[in-house]
Design a protein around this ligand. Sequence first.
Ligand SMILES: O=C(O)CCC(=O)C(=O)O
Ligand SMILES: [Fe+2]
Length: 200
Amino acid sequence: MDLFNQRKHNNFLPYDGEVLYYPNIFSLEDSRIFYQNLLSDIAWQQDVVKIFGKQFITTRKVAWYGDDSCAYTYSNQTKIALPWTKDLLTLKYKVEDISKEHYNACLLNLYHHGDEGMGWHSDDEKSIVPQSAIASLSFGAARKFVFKHKESKESFSLLLENASLLLMKGCTQEKWVHALPKTKKVKDLRINLTFRKMII
Ligand SMILES: O=C(O)CCC(=O)C(=O)O
Ligand SMILES: [Fe+2]
């Protein structure tokens, strides 16, 4: 198989962007240690979302880490990044090595069970470097992740498993929205880390 076909084969998106999936980038034992450490060491906070101008507390928990000057604004709130922990730096170096990209911040999400998810959105805020890669690392329960094209409405899903890395590149955010649907089937906790490149 030539390189071009190989690349095409690995890209989950049929057009308008690039989404690559890397399963098992850590051993089961290492992934269990990262999972436990992230649960206990991260400064998890209740997330606040704004719907029709009103603020709602969600049960999902979030945290924002990064280089000194990384601020993040959503739902009219600005968060200043907490300094990288030792484990977060280890994880950052690992995904930088695989993706051959650099990241300066990380948004962490903790979903206690399938009743918690994330609605349709794209990660194209003004504070993110345009067309930069987003590296999404998952620990714990496997969850379905869905992409939908903004114009054609074509959609497809993939399973984000424990110790997997999902890379979203190029114009993916501009052309597609994504979501983590709620599901009654999943009873277990999942931690997701999205490494990003912010304009600083
Ligand atoms: O939990 C996930 O896999 C998705 C997270 C996500 O889309 C985000 O943080 O922007
Ligand atoms: Fe996202």
